[in-house]
Design a protein around this ligand. Structure first.
Ligand SMILES: Nc1ncnc2c1ncn2[C@@H]1O[C@H](COP(=O)(O)OP(=O)(O)O)[C@@H](O)[C@H]1O
Ligand SMILES: [Mg+2]
Length: 247
């Protein structure tokens, strides 16, 4: 039952926009679960392709041109297999705290977003510090934090000529940090204080939910870390996330 203000008997007001957004989020969540199933199904045929192609390569007298083609089939199937394993790992709801390598996580997410960057013709640069200690946290949550920040940067660079830089570095005592810089349009001073607010978005419905940075900031703070942003109109945006090595 609804009254004239659209108030449900439960008391919460649900506007048409909010309802649309919730319906969209729910659809994406369901699609995500179905996709995880599909990806899982891909595992078996991919391992058949990998092992069959390796058996063919071990045969004697296979013409060179066939060997070349089979090697390509094998390496592409191995690449897909890595991707599906990564996807399954990432989509799991396990809460496992372990010693996580920040650089490997950055590599995983950049690999994962390779296509999103390529289709916007964004050049991706990395400057990783390989002497960093591992950090003790839930690796899937770290992936989600990186995904949100980097995806926002890519979405800000739709115009072409985009450049994305991801750096890792030691922070102050017992912390590590990563820095994501884009050369997109920047964030106006009027809105920069609101970007971490729940439902704040400047994107079209269906593109943005306004939840990404809200969730990201909450996750970072729940790990005892900190997120900072600096931006200049026309000069791009930089997000810096600092995380303690031990929580
Ligand atoms: N790298 C960026 N460059 C420009 N604007 C950004 C950037 N990252 C975030 N924003 C702004 O912050 C808003 C909120 O981001 P977010 O919480 O992830 O929600 P969404 O991506 O769904 O809009 C975005 O709509 C955008 O206006
Ligand atoms: Mg976002």
């Amino acid at each position: 039952m609804k009254d004239s203000a659209g108030r449900h008997s439960g008391g919460a007001i649900i506007t048409t926009d909010l309802l649309r957004q919730l319906a969209y989020n729910e659809k994406m969540a369901e699609l995500g679960k179905i996709s995880a199933g599909v990806v899982h199904e891909l595992n078996a045929p991919l391992s058949v392709i990998v092992s069959a192609s390796q058996m063919i390569l071990r045969e004697e007298g296979v013409p060179e041109v066939v060997q070349e083609m089979i090697s390509r089939i094998s390496s592409e199937a191995q690449r897909l297999s890595q991707l599906t394993k990564g996807l399954l790992n990432f989509s799991s709801h396990d809460e496992t705290v372990s010693d996580v390598d920040l650089n490997l996580t950055v590599d995983f997410i950049l690999n994962f977003l390779n296509f999103e960057a390529a289709r916007r013709a964004v050049i991706v640069l990395k400057q990783l510090d390989y002497t960093l200690p591992t950090i003790r946290l839930d690796g899937n949550l770290l992936k989600q934090i990186l995904l949100n920040i980097i995806m926002n940067a890519l979405q800000a660079m739709e115009e072409g000529g985009g450049k994305l830089l991801v750096e890792t570095a030691p922070g102050a005592t017992d912390t590590v940090c990563f820095i994501v810089t884009d050369n997109g349009p920047g964030i106006p001073v009027e809105t920069i204080d609101r970007i971490f607010d729940r439902y704040f978005t400047t994107k079209k419905p269906g593109v943005g939910t306004g939840l990404g940075l809200f969730v990201t900031k909450s996750l970072v703070e729940s790990m005892g870390g900190e997120i900072k942003v600096t931006s200049r109109i026309g000069g791009g945006t930089t997000f810096t996330v600092t995380l303690p090595v031990q929580q």
